[in-house]
Design a binder for this molecule. Structure first.
Ligand SMILES: Nc1nc2c(ncn2[C@@H]2O[C@H](COP(=O)(O)OP(=O)(O)OP(=O)(O)O)[C@@H](O)[C@H]2O)c(=O)[nH]1
Ligand SMILES: [Mg+2]
Length: 500
């Protein structure tokens, strides 16, 4: 595609459907000339400067007036793409918009590919690759925090942090190479301790960026919350109550929910994907059995597992957890005691569970169908599953709710937000990574730097150290796109909409 940047592209930049206005964007060396072919205003666009708005009409090939429009003119390089651009604001009907685009295409533009404007902005050096990715994220953002992390990336904060790290590495390489040149003359350019210290400092900063992925991913893509538990515990009722809508079917019949249902909500600016699942039990019903399997696999992919228990069966939380042989990572596990309206008195919000589970993250491996619990395998059948429960390390925060009356649900909401944000909530100063691509690049860099550190401790030659450090710097360059491939670019821009 790099060789195609010399033509002019056009696309509708607003969503399809009727609206007050729609915008057709044209970018490329002929953008202004194409504008003058299709637009009649009081002056020629060709003689106008950038950042000007012109009132007039779009005319068809036969000179017939088609729509009354405003044209905004941008002169490269001070435009989104870095090229000459015009944006035609026309009436927002589907027919009008398509027709204006058709007229523009007939006047010499080619239809733009998805993300092609942003791709040109990147290729023309207007933005780095991490900023280009952030454009799509800002558009796709579904929550306040998701929007914030994307916006900061768009502002170039990640790119700046990465470039700073690269500069530090390249400086270090230069010193190492100087050292190599001067070593025969017995001159010390940099001491071994200095090299160690500087590599270690960069590794710490990369480590911090990597750690921010936990938040970043969650803020961007949302937190997967699986509601699980015994049949009839009220999972679907809690699901509906959190959504404030009757989404899932609720009946007194155990085994009502078969297929996993997914809906999103925003709590405290964080996006949550709530997943209601089939109650976990052994069953002869073929459909329900598939549902139970799906519950287990959903639970294994959960960021947060909400285990719903029926207070009318027992208000003893331990008993519930033991019976279900729940193994879960304590930190991402929220036990919920539902139907508390049926108890003679409302239980305290922090029930003490004397012997519960720690540190057994649910995982897809070892999941089998022959127990009610989330995780069993051939070697740990449900009989000896109690062995997995580390006893009495402390109390567990059990949230008492009633899906029926709504009591306790606000507490459950804030508990979800609290668990999602983790114990270290994101500071204002912190740069945050949100994409797997960035994480992979940082991990690659970190691995090269680990080799450099090891080499430095072993007092290897400066040549080898510089090689590893250069490799780390090259990995970081993938984030900003200083080093990139057509394949990577296609992968990134394919998820853009047309017109952006
Ligand atoms: N009193 C009372 N009843 C509730 C409450 N929550 C749910 N129920 C009732 O419990 C029954 C089961 O509710 P569901 O939400 O279908 O339970 P479930 O866990 O989704 O059940 P399955 O999908 O069969 O696994 C229904 O009759 C609900 O009306 C509650 O807070 N209080
Ligand atoms: Mg249900």
């Amino acid at each position: 595609m790099a060789d195609q940047v010399h033509d002019s592209i056009a696309a509708i930049a607003t969503p399809p459907g009727a609206g007050a206005l729609a915008i057709i964007r044209v970018s490329g060396p002929d953008a202004v000339a194409i504008g003058d072919r299709v637009f009649r205003g009081s002056a020629l666009l060709g003689s106008a400067g950038g950042y000007t708005v012109h009132h007039g009409s779009i005319v068809g090939p036969g000179g017939e007036q088609f729509d009354e429009v405003l044209v905004t003119l941008f002169r490269g390089p001070k435009s989104y793409t870095g090229e000459d651009m015009i944006e035609i604001s026309c009436h927002g009907g589907g027919f009008v918009t398509r027709e204006v685009l058709r007229i523009v295409l007939a006047a010499g533009a080619r239809p733009a590919q998805p993300g092609e404007y942003t791709r040109r902005a990147f290729l023309n050096g207007r933005i780095d690759l991490s900023q280009a990715e952030a454009v799509a994220d800002v558009i796709a953002a579904r929550s306040r925090r998701g929007h914030r992390v994307s916006l900061e990336q768009l502002a170039g904060r990640l790119g700046d942090a990465v470039r700073e790290l690269r500069t530090e590495m390249m400086d270090l390489c230069a010193l190492l190479e100087l050292e190599l040149d001067f070593s025969e003359e017995g001159l010390d350019v940099i001491t071994a301790q200095d090299v160690d210290r500087r590599i270690a400092a960069v590794r710490v900063r990369i480590g911090a960026l990597l750690a921010s992925y936990t938040h970043g991913r969650i803020y961007r893509d949302g937190v997967r919350v699986v509601l699980a538990g015994e049949p009839n515990a009220g999972k679907s009722s809690v699901f509906n109550a959190l959504l404030r809508q009757d989404r899932a079917i609720v009946t007194p019949v155990p085994g009502t929910t078969r297929d996993a249902l997914e809906e999103s909500i925003v709590i405290d600016g964080i996006l949550f994907l709530l997943i209601d699942t089939a109650g976990l039990r052994e069953t002869a019903d073929q459909v329900e059995r598939i549902g139970v399997q799906r519950s287990r696999s959903a639970a294994s992919g959960a960021d947060i597992l909400v285990h719903v228990m029926d207070a009318s069966v027992s208000s003893d939380v331990d008993e519930h957890l033991m019976r279900m042989s729940v193994h879960t990572d304590e930190q991402h596990f929220i036990p919920v005691l539902n139907k508390c309206d049926l108890l003679p008195s409302w239980p305290g919000v922090m029930l003490r569970a004397s012997s519960v589970v720690t540190a057994h993250a649910t995982s897809p491996s070892g999941v089998s169908n022959d127990s009610a619990g989330y995780k069993t395998s051939a070697s740990d059948s449900s009989n000896d599953s109690a062995a997995h429960m580390t006893s009495a390390s402390g109390s567990v925060n059990v949230v008492a709710v009633s899906a029926r009356t709504g009591q306790g649900l606000d507490l459950l909401r804030s508990r979800l937000a609290e668990v999602a944000a983790g114990d270290t909530s994101l500071g204002d100063e912190e740069v945050c990574i949100t994409s797997e691509r960035h994480r992979d690049a940082l991990e690659k860099a970190q691995a090269s730097l680990a080799r450099a550190s090891a080499g430095s401790s072993a007092r290897s030659s400066e040549e080898y150290l510089a090689f590893d450090i250069r490799e780390a710097a090259a990995a970081l360059a993938e984030i900003t796109g200083e080093v990139t491939t057509e394949e990577v670019l296609n992968h990134i821009f394919d998820r853009f909409c047309i017109g952006k």
